[in-house]
Design a binder for this molecule. Structure first.
Ligand SMILES: C[S@@+](CC[C@H](N)C(=O)[O-])C[C@H]1O[C@@H](n2cnc3c(N)ncnc32)[C@H](O)[C@@H]1O
Ligand SMILES: Nc1nc2[nH]cc(C(=O)O)c2c(=O)[nH]1
Ligand code: SF4
Ligand SMILES: [Mg+2]
Length: 193
């Protein structure tokens, strides 16, 4: 759908330069999704893997973030192999609703109520990033934290349109439950892509 070189704004790798490859197509249907224009895969042109890799390596950073849309609706085996052969780290942003394909250096799973994550994907996550939309989401976050591996990092991220009200609740929750960390969509505060 689009690709751009920027700073990873969210989660464990916040602040690091990364090239984002946003793949079209998602049927998860989050009411608050901040990229609804990505949902219809047919609305976006197909791009050859070699061209994606060339775009990534035309910048000095060597971190490639595959996001979407829901990137695991595509078979990512060839794309991730090609990126790694070109010397890139492969990071994914996924809801976990589809089976994992591809080879990954960092897997961020952001589970959704609208289409449940698969247990196998949660088990592989390096990072669990739960978007908090209302108070009941803290309990829901804990239910998913029980399904990840013991070294998985745990993040709570305010839903953007409710950030003013929700961020103070997240701060209190993390102070009381310190295995969780705060994740903000820092690129939106920085006004970068
Ligand atoms: C647009 S999604 C694309 C990748 C994948 N479909 C997913 O949901 O993880 C990228 C990240 O943005 C988060 N996100 C989307 N809309 C958001 C919003 N309104 N506020 C906060 N985070 C949001 C998602 O939870 C996910 O972690
Ligand atoms: N800067 C920046 N960081 C991000 N982290 C996850 C994003 C995404 O939409 O997947 C995203 C994004 O869209 N921009
Ligand atoms: S799974 Fe990701 S891309 Fe799909 S609707 Fe939800 S936030 Fe948007
Ligand atoms: Mg985004």
């Amino acid at each position: 759908m689009e690709h751009f070189y920027t700073i990873q704004g969210e989660g464990y790798n916040t602040g690091r330069a990364a090239y984002f490859l946003r793949l079209g197509g998602c049927d998860v249907g989050c009411v608050w999704c901040d990229v609804k224009e990505s949902w219809d895969a047919e609305a976006h042109p197909r791009v050859a893997i070699a061209d994606m890799v060339a775009a990534v390596t035309s910048y000095p950073g060597r971190n490639a973030v595959i996001t979407g849309g829901e990137p695991l609706m595509h078979d990512l085996t060839q794309l991730t192999s090609s990126l790694q052969e070109a010397g890139c780290q492969t990071w994914i942003e996924t809801s976990g609703a589809y089976p994992l394909s591809g080879r990954w250096d960092w897997i961020c799973v952001s589970p959704k109520k609208f289409k449940a994550p698969l247990p196998q994907v949660l088990a592989e996550a390096h990072e669990l990033k739960v978007v908090v939309f209302n108070k009941s989401d803290f309990k829901w976050a804990e239910e998913h934290a029980a399904q990840v591996g013991e070294n998985c990092r745990l993040y709570l991220q305010p839903e953007w349109s409710k950030a003013a009200a929700i961020t103070p609740l997240i701060i209190d929750y993390v102070k009381a439950n310190p295995r969780w960390q705060v994740s903000l969509q820092t690129h939106k505060y920085l006004d970068i892509p």
